[in-house]
Design a protein around this ligand. Structure first.
Ligand code: HT7
Ligand code: ZN
Length: 877
């Protein structure tokens, strides 16, 4: 398959001004009649109108009313070329689709008897031939026709302007979207659905109708999504002065969906996982995710829909910015400083767990990639999460007000346009009179920068110098990197643990945190009037997506853990200390006959944090969580998954022994009696209580079994129930099998809970490939449903490293089999799974060769999709 390059971008030869579509909805044969009016793009010299189509039956094309014979156009490899230079054209295209055979879940498909669409990035071309590219924007009018009983609800973008009976058991609905949009934002939904609705008054006084559509039986699970939508609308009005521009805004939940959700104009389509919640089926984490995803899709209405991307290389323009916005929204919804910090830590954990490895692997790409084979493969943590960090750095550099000025200018300049990442940077720069030229490298250079800090205290002159040296590892196609513009937020702690007032040489303001702007390869920053040698608190609030190294002593780290006013760095100090121990234990575990030992210093520091009642329980929970096996793996030259697992388990067990009484106390002190509420304070308490349970369960003794079993039996909410079941699943408790069976029996009618049941078993310590294969035989398992496939296969391959990387290579053989099987059903999902072996070159040779063999087996499979081909091809390159 061809590689597409950013440098080859050319504007379209024709603009599409209006689109009218008629759908006759039938699962096995849906007829689509599309009429579009086009206008020649005066800047283009291309004498051909180019349209794209995939897996379509082309019935007829008419140009200005005249049927086009096959000689009047060229149709090859999904590209339809019509030679023409006419100024204005009306094009009628009729296509025939088979939605019930569409297992890729792109374009028009059937899920549980209902119709749904997914058009981003290139799904519209599976509905009709079209200039399916984001810089072609048009207004749409859509007529839906279908059986009245089977499809009582007919939805599309914008406003409902007419509906009625067709007399033959069918009915119709006519929708019109007043805003021009790219084809990737088109959507339709038809079927048996019910909705919760609410009318709200917007800031300007206008009214808007909000609806959350679900399958019958799920109306008791929509309130949280509705609340989250209303909160999102209010937040965007307040924080960015952005109002909902439509009279109607709909969210629809679907059980078969490739990703989380989709921001189609006025008709957001969501994976059920990010809509449905009540205390019986959803955990605190689910509630938080729903709020974040509802916010994310809503915020796209401005950052993505009103201002969209010129081409798919600019994807992070909308995704990075919108993730940043949803992160800020979630933080503001918690409201407290410590809640904000916990949210920030959570976001950074995701970045380190998933994006840092991506940035160091074969799929590493810049936030604005230079090339791709299949754009679906580029909906990555780099585009989303690193992209959000890049946007956050503007705010760190310009301040909140400066950032808002930049946003205002961005909308003033580009509302209704399809633009580039550079346009966003220019708005930030121009609105603030700041030169952000060098900042561009965050978009063009891949890889996680390394920043090494060294310090010198001069007791005579009372100065403290911090030298920062940056570098960036080579990534595919980018050997040498130029220095980034890196904001490094710094504080200095005196011997009492208080923040010093900082006098940075050359800067008049005195503050307790300063943002150093590292722009050269190496720079020294000097602080004056420093009365004693401080302990530096570096990269506060994780002010840049870099790996910061400083030669802290263990005592420094314990001191920062106890005193740093920056909650992020308090947490970070604990993680550094724990990572140090874990790496040492891992090194020992690799030697045969070695005996693992711990030192009490870490447990004493953690004991202080655990018992510090002045700290938010949510913070204590996150601070007591050790770095994951993946995070530790990334810090090793050669990854040994078994040794890492053994080391982490050993450390958790020794902490459980040392702090048993403290954990029991925390368990008792953080009960949440009364009605369940997912608010941050209650969720924080539950999180700490369940962390205590998970540590106590490491001891795997009778007392721990009773504790978990009692919680499992008595839980009145899913957070507590699943935490207790997880503890049992990882234990040798006699009641383990019965508890798993009971859970399934209680929730077999709730697909999202059955997913949890599969996932929890897939990640259990004792689950090996044979056990996963057995679970695949369960009647509830299906590869066709992405959530289900993710819950078992992905959870095992990505969430159970010590079993997946079994020394006999059985995990890799299983992985290859599943990638191949999934590829025939759903290439996007298969290509995601294919990423599990990204880091194969970092493992010991005996594992490497087995991984390579599995990758080759996939690569050599006949009829492999271009999605999966690109991923395994890049891995093997
Ligand atoms: N913008 C949406 C992307 C998306 C998507 C992409 C490819 C295949 C299926 C998809 N479903 C949704 C999601 C978002 O970032 O909001
Ligand atoms: Zn998005």
């Amino acid at each position: 398959p061809p590689t597409i390059y950013r440098k080859d971008y050319t504007p379209p030869s024709y603009w599409v001004r209006t689109v009218e579509m008629g759908f006759d909805l039938e699962p096995s044969a849906t007829r689509v009649a599309t009429r579009m009016t086009l206008e020649r793009n005066q800047t283009s010299n291309d004498k051909v109108l180019t349209l794209y189509g995939e897996e379509l039956q082309l019935v007829q094309i008419r140009l200005n009313g005249k049927v086009l014979g096959t000689k009047a156009y060229q149709l090859k490899d999904g590209v339809l070329r019509i030679p023409t230079t006419a100024e204005q054209i009306t094009l009628d295209i009729e296509t025939l689709l088979q939605p019930d055979r569409n297992t890729s879940l792109m374009g028009l498909y059937v899920s549980n008897g209902n119709f749904f669409t997914q058009c981003e990035a290139e799904g519209f071309r599976k509905i009709t031939y079209f200039p399916d590219r984001p810089d072609v924007m048009a207004t749409y009018k859509v007529m839906l026709r279908g059986d009245k009983k089977k499809y009582p609800v007919l939805l599309s973008n914008g406003n409902l302007i007419e509906q009625g009976d067709l007399g033959d058991g069918r009915h119709y609905a006519l929708w019109e979207d007043p805003f021009k949009k790219p084809s990737y934002l088109f959507a339709l939904v038809a079927g048996q659905l019910v909705c919760q609705e609410e009318t709200i008054k917007l800031k300007s006084g206008r009214e808007a109708l909000l609806q959350v559509w679900v399958e019958e039986g799920n109306l008791d699970k929509t309130q949280h999504a509705m609340d989250s939508l209303i909160n999102s609308i209010r937040w965007d009005e307040e924080r960015f002065g952005l109002e909902l521009d439509l009279d109607r805004f709909m969210i629809v939940a679907v059980g078969d969906f490739n990703m989380g959700a989709m921001e189609n104009k006025g008709l957001n389509i969501f994976n059920t996982k990010f809509v449905l919640a009540n205390p019986r089926i959803a955990t605190d984490v689910d509630y938080g995710n729903i709020e974040a995803v509802v916010g994310h899709e809503y915020f796209h209405n401005w950052t993505g829909n009103r201002v969209t991307c010129r081409d798919w290389f600019q994807l992070s323009l909308k995704e990075g910015l919108t993730v940043f916005r949803d992160q800020e929204f979630s933080a503001d919804m918690i409201g407290t400083d410590s809640g904000r910090a916990v949210k920030r830590i959570d976001d950074v954990r995701v970045l380190r767990q998933a994006q840092f490895p991506e940035d160091a692997g074969p799929m590493a790409h810049p936030v604005r990639p230079d090339s791709f084979v299949e754009i679906s493969n580029f909906y990555t943590v780099t585009i989303y999460e690193k992209g959000a960090e890049v946007v956050r750095m503007y705010q760190t550099l310009l301040g909140r007000d400066g950032f808002r000025k930049g946003m205002d200018l961005y909308f003033e300049r580009h509302d209704g346009q399809a633009v580039e990442c550079d346009d966003f940077r220019a708005a930030m720069s121009d609105a603030n009179g700041r030169d952000l030229t060098q900042f561009e490298r965050w978009y063009s250079q891949a890889g996680t920068p390394r920043v090494v800090a060294t310090t010198v205290y001069d007791a005579v002159h009372k100065t403290y110098a911090i030298t920062l040296k940056q570098s960036c590892p080579a990534t595919p196609g980018q050997k040498n990197k130029l220095p980034f513009h890196i904001p490094v937020a710094v504080g200095l702690l005196d011997s009492n643990g208080n923040d010093m007032q900082l006098h940075l040489r050359g800067f008049p303001q005195v503050q307790s945190t300063v943002v150093l702007e590292l722009m050269e390869e190496q720079q020294t920053f000097v602080f004056e009037d420093v009365s004693e040698e401080p302990v530096p608190s570096l990269l506060r609030d994780f002010s840049a997506p870099v790996n910061l190294e400083y030669d802290y002593s263990d005592a420094d780290l314990a001191f920062l853990m106890a005193h740093d006013s920056d909650a992020f760095n308090r947490w970070e100090a604990g993680q550094r200390l724990a990572a140090r121990r874990l790496l040492a234990l891992t090194a020992t575990a690799q030697q045969s006959g070695a005996v693992l030992t711990t030192d009490p210093a870490l447990s004493e520091s953690l004991r202080l944090t655990l018992n510090d009642a002045a700290l938010d329980p949510a913070f204590r929970e996150i601070a007591l969580n050790l770095p994951s096996e993946t995070v530790i793996a990334e810090q090793m030259d050669v990854i040994n998954p078994q040794a890492i697992h053994q080391a982490r388990r050993f450390l958790r067990q020794s902490l459980a022994q040392a702090l048993r009484a403290d954990f029991i106390e925390a368990y008792k002190a953080n009960q949440t009696p009364g009605d369940y509420s997912p608010d941050a304070a209650s969720a924080g308490k539950r999180a700490l209580k369940n962390l205590a349970l998970s540590y106590i369960s490491e001891l795997d003794d009778a007392a721990a079994h009773v504790m978990a079993q009692t919680q499992c039996d008595g839980a009145d909410n899913m957070t507590d129930r699943v935490a207790a079941l997880g503890a049992l699943a990882n234990s040798t408790a006699p009641g383990k099998e019965a508890a798993l069976a009971q859970f399934y029996q209680d929730f077999e009618a709730e697909p999202l809970v059955v997913d949890k049941w599969f996932s929890l078993q897939a990640m259990a310590r004792t689950t090996d490939v044979a056990a996963v294969r057995k679970l695949m035989q369960h009647p509830a398992f299906s590869l066709k449903n992405p959530n289900r496939a993710r819950s078992l296969i992905f959870s095992f391959c990505n969430g159970n490293p010590s079993q997946f990387h079994a020394s006999d290579g059985s995990g890799y053989a299983f992985w290859a089999e599943q990638v191949i099987a999934l590829d025939a059903i759903n290439p996007q999902v298969a290509a995601r799974l294919a990423r599990s072996l990204d880091r194969w070159r970092k493992y010991a040779p005996s594992l490497q060769s087995k991984m390579q063999a599995a990758l080759k087996r996939v690569a050599q499979t006949a009829k492999l999709s271009k999605d999966t081909k690109e991923v395994v091809g890049k891995s093997l390159a």
